[in-house]
Every structure is written in C-alpha cells, then in structure tokens.
Design a protein around this ligand. Structure first.
Ligand code: ARG
Length: 607
C-alpha cells in the first residue's frame, strides 16, 4: 500500500517534468489512472490497463480497469453496484491534467479517452524543439545488451536466412541504441568444426605446398566447390575419411600449417561477408565460434562439477526439465560442438561482458536449441539468480520463400547469392528513378542516381523483410517490394522526399518557426496526424516489448497515410495556417527519418 502511494507520488512528480521525459502517451495515461485508482480505492492495488482504442470513433485510448476493480471490491463494505460505477469513480478521481479533453463510458465499464487538441499540439511542438531522443520506456541507458546476429558460416554462402538475421538484428540493435543501451553487436560466425578437417585435407592433397593452396583470395563459390568435393570424398573414401579426421586433430592441436590454411579460408569468407555488410550499412563485430575454443573444456568441467551435466551413451549431456532431448555439451568422441560453444558463449557474455540483456537472432528452427541453452545456463546458476537477473531472448524468424511459395532458389535450383539479389534490387531501382525523372523532367546526375538507387534497392530488400511479422514466412518478390504505391521502402522514400520538399519550397527556417509560432491543430486531419506523431514512443515500446520490427514499419506506413489524408484536405503553403501546418509537415518528415534510421534505411531528399 505504502509502496503504491510512493509510486503514485513519484509518477506525479514525473508528469510535471517536461512532456518528453514522461514517456509515451500510453505511459502518461497509465500514470494518470494509477493516481485515480489510488485516490478512489486507497486500499486496493491495481495496475492500470490503458491501450489505444481499436476504433477511433470511440476515443483515442481506453482504460479497462473497472471490471477488475469491481471484482476486487465485491463483498466489501459500500461496494459499488456495477462496474460502471467504478468507472465513474475513476473518472471523478482523475487528477487535473492537460491531456484529456473528454472521457465517456462504454460497455460494462470501459472508459474511453479523448486527448485534447491543445495537448497534442504541444506534444508535437515539443518533439520539434527537443528532438525525438530518449528517454523512452523502458529506459535502457547504462544497460549493456549483447545482440548475436547475422552469424553466417565460413566456406559457405551466406544465405537468405542469414540475410534475415542481419536485417532484423540490425534494427533491434538500432532500437536498443536509440533507447540509450550500450550494444555489443556480435557475429557468431561458424568458423570452427569438423568440416575444416575435410576441407584442409582435401586442399592440401590437391596442392601439396606450404600453404596447401589456401591463399585467402578464394571466392565463396571456390570454397563451396572445394567443400563439396571434400565431402564427397569423405563419404566415399575410407582412407580420406581417416586422413580428414587426423586433420581435425592437427588443427585442434595447433598445427602450424593447418592453422595457416584455416586462417586463409576464414579470411576469404570474411571478405565476402564484409562486402554484404558494407552494402547494407550494417556494423557487426566478428566473434566466431573459434573465439570460445579455449573455454570449452572448463565449461564442461564446471557443468559436471555442479552436477548439471552427466554422461549418457558416452556423451556429456545436460538434461532439462520439460525437454524431450538433452543438450549435448561434449560428444561421445570427446569433441565439442555447436552447443558446447553456445554454453561457453553465454557464460562469457554474462560474466565477462556483463550483459544485462542477450538477444539471439536466428531462424525459428533453432528455438529448441536456444531453449535448451538458456535452461542449461539457468541450471548452472549463471542466470536467473538474485545476482544475475539478465534477460535473455531468442528472436526467431520464418523462412524466405520464392514467389511460387516454395523454397527460395535460383531458376537453376542453386542457392540464391545475396550479392546478386542486392545487385538486381539496385538495378531495378536505377530504372525506376530514370523513368520517373524523364516523366517529371527533373534531371538526376550519375552520382545522385547511384546514391538513390542503392538507398532504394537495399532499403526495399530490408523493408520487405521487416514489414511482415518476423515469425511468418514471406515471399521474396522484387515486384511487390519495389511497388511505388504499396507499403514499401520505395513508396516511403518517395513520400519522404515529397514531404521534405514542401518545407523546402516554403523557404522557412522551421526551428525559428517552432520557437515563434505555436502549433494549433483543429481540422480532424491535423488532429489525426498530430496524434499519430505523438505515438512514436509507443511504437518503440511495442517493438521493444516483443522485438518485432513490423511494429515500426506499421507505424511508419500509417504515418505516411495520415500525412496524405492531411495534405489532401489541408492547404499548407499560402494558407492562413501555414506557420502551424509547416511544423506538422516538418515533424512528419523528422519522425519518418527517425523510423528510417531504425530500419536501416537512408532518407532521400530529392529523387
Ligand atoms: N552459424 C549459425 C547458423 O548459420 C548461427 C549462429 C547463431 N548464433 C549462436 N550463438 N548460435 O545457423
């Protein structure tokens, strides 16, 4: 009870601070209703449930506590007769505030809330003056987050699954960063394992020289070709199999030539991965599986000592309650595998990196693996204890399918090369921009064309990936992702350029305008736009809650729709309301750019 009251007092103090620091509209309304609940029913605790209204006809937000509270009050002295009475009492006890213009009761006891136009105007004005920076809630400043994403495998083509991980992971990192977190972006590359024995043995038999023919300049296709041939020999030739096994041992025991070859193979792959990251504008630090090699033995020992791991059929396993299979941390031949490495990695991230939140971004197929790893880490007491309350999440995603809804491959049935995908997206955008500029008569120079086509092409690939819920499979289609009218990056980038153009045409210094001229929203379209602009922090919150980037794309697309509706009905340039409306235009452009930045898109100003 006391805590509740203290919390309410704290919230009240916070509300009086500047608007921005108070967090999203939803948070502010939640705070208001916390005060109301506390005042109306000091003996009860109930966390306010405030959500955006599904139907804007009824209100902007809704508070749904009355029914719950009614149930809690039942049987007590002077208990209300119906949930509606509770709802009325809450409304009557709302502290004086500038947020609400209207409340109404609906259904058994819902409270519908309409925000005041003055408040919305002020809110947008604050956004222009103070920027869109944090604190958002949750406030992640001073929190350390480790995001494990992208993570392709050496000597293999980086495939569309890795592309999804790269794109989704990057957006998650950017969102965490905007919320003030310190983010360690880790590329857990598959750079260690038995496959290297095969490859090294095969290569050195082909080229008996000091470097075994591994120069570091091989293309991924060369490496894949070599790997395929090595695998074939491994499966068919007993002698080779034996020699490949010995090569693994040699590599693991630090044989110089083997290590040299391994390094060259990794370097060759790294170049190809780097080219993709460069194009996508993604930064990620390489810390592959091999990094954890020196720790594996001790980790398995620790698990055994703590009684978490036991021998089963010659292998060392961690059995976890509720799971049909154990986590194998050491194979029966004594070797360490993918799971052993992930155990070492999680320990390292918790104990050395001091992570408060670890996020793994991989295809949904690995969900069980991570479930096991997380449970094993809990069993070992590395996490989920009073000393270590770190959060840990696996962010899974569905498949990328071809346009026919089947597995995504080239016409000849090969794995799709990412570089080629990106090339094609860019080439198609180059055509689009050329055609458009011929239509409008505006000439574009080669450098701008190049810049715009990359921004659009790569942006389109990213956006198409982010806009569907990450768990659903989506079809990779150039036609739909490059659609000039739909919910696509191309459409949004054009929309932004147009919006930025309006402010440019006015030749007004918007910051000076924001300082001198108040925003007044009155027309319904202005109100709709201002409300949505004010909801940006909420989109961030939703995205962080479930780590679903489509919350951001949904928000962004809706923003552009509301802007269009506004622009059709409300004259800006040369109108009486020009000063106020230009600020709405500018705020829209800025919020769009903030969304672009979170989604890894580069804004264009003139296309
Ligand atoms: N290299 C793996 C793959 O291609 C992904 C690694 C994900 N990260 C991890 N810590 N297991 O599927």
């Amino acid at each position: 009870q006391g805590t509740n009251r203290r919390r309410a007092a704290l919230e009240e103090a916070r509300m009086n601070k500047d608007l921005q620091a108070a967090g999203s509209l939803r948070t502010q309304l939640t705070n208001l209703f916390r005060l109301a609940i506390n005042k109306a029913y000091p003996d009860l605790t109930d966390e306010p449930v405030v959500a955006a209204c599904n139907n804007p006809k009824f209100g902007d937000y809704q508070c749904n506590n009355a029914m719950q509270l009614f149930a809690k009050l039942k049987g007590k002295e002077g208990a209300p007769k119906a949930p509606r009475d509770v709802a009325s009492a809450l409304v009557a006890n709302l502290p004086p505030n500038e947020l609400l213009s209207e409340t109404s009761l609906a259904g058994p006891g819902f409270i519908n809330i309409r925000l005041s136009n003055e408040f919305l105007s002020k809110r947008v004005s604050e956004m222009l003056k103070l920027g869109l920076q944090p604190p958002f809630s949750p406030d992640l400043s001073s929190k350390k987050c480790v995001v494990d994403f992208s993570s392709p495998n050496v000597a293999k083509e980086m495939h569309v699954g890795h592309l999804r991980s790269t794109i989704i992971g990057d957006t998650i990192c950017r969102t965490l960063e905007l919320c003030g977190a310190q983010v360690l972006r880790l590329n857990h590359i598959g750079d260690w394992g038995t496959q290297f024995g095969m490859l090294i043995q095969h290569m050195s038999e082909l080229t008996p020289s000091a470097d075994g023919g591994a120069t570091g300049d091989e293309s991924i296709s060369d490496l894949m070709e070599l790997y395929r041939a090595a695998k074939k020999r491994f499966d068919e030739d007993e002698g080779f199999k034996q020699r490949a096994r010995e090569a693994v041992t040699a590599l693991q025991s630090g044989d110089e030539k083997s290590l040299r070859m391994w390094r060259a193979i990794c370097a060759a792959s790294r170049k190809e991965f780097a080219a993709i990251y460069e194009r996508l504008g993604v930064r990620v630090e390489e810390r592959g599986e091999s990094f954890y090699n020196p720790m594996l033995k001790a980790v398995v020992e620790e698990l055994k000592e703590k009684g978490c791991a036991e021998e089963s059929d010659g292998a060392i396993c961690v059995f976890v309650e509720g799971q049909s299979i154990p986590l194998i941390v050491q194979k029966s031949d004594g070797g360490f595998g993918y799971a052993s490495t992930d155990m070492a990695a999680i320990k390292h991230r918790l104990e050395v990196e001091k992570a408060d939140w670890i996020i793994y971004v991989t295809d949904a197929g690995q969900a069980q693996h991570f479930d096991l790893v997380f449970s094993a880490a809990k069993k070992a007491g590395w996490i989920g204890t009073p000393e270590s309350k770190a959060k840990i999440d696996h962010v899974g995603f569905g498949l990328v399918l071809g346009e026919d809804g089947k597995k995504f491959k080239t016409r000849s049935g090969d794995v799709v090369r990412l570089v080629e995908l990106l090339d094609e997206a860019k080439a198609r955008c180059t055509d689009t921009i050329r055609t458009r500029s011929q239509e409008t008569g505006e000439t574009v120079d080669e450098a701008s064309l190049e810049h715009a086509a990359s921004a659009m092409g790569y942006g389109a690939v990213k956006y198409a990936d982010l806009k569907s819920h990450r768990m659903t499979n989506y079809k990779f289609s150039f036609d739909s992702m490059l659609d000039l009218k739909g919910n696509t990056a191309v459409y949004l980038l054009y929309a932004h350029a147009r919006i930025a153009g309006i402010a440019r045409k006015a030749e007004k210094d918007i910051d000076a305008l924001a300082a001198s001229t108040p925003i007044v929203v009155a027309h319904q379209r202005e109100v709709d736009l201002a409300l949505h602009l004010s909801r940006f922090p909420e989109a961030m919150e939703d995205m962080l809650q479930e780590l679903t980037p489509n919350r951001l794309t949904d928000y962004l697309y809706e923003l552009s729709e509301r802007f269009n509706a506004f622009y059709v009905d409300c004259k800006v340039l040369g109108s009486e309301e020009e000063g106020s409306r230009l600020q709405l235009v500018e705020a829209t452009a800025r919020v769009m750019r903030q969304c672009f930045s979170l989604l890894g898109l580069i804004p264009l100003y003139r296309i």
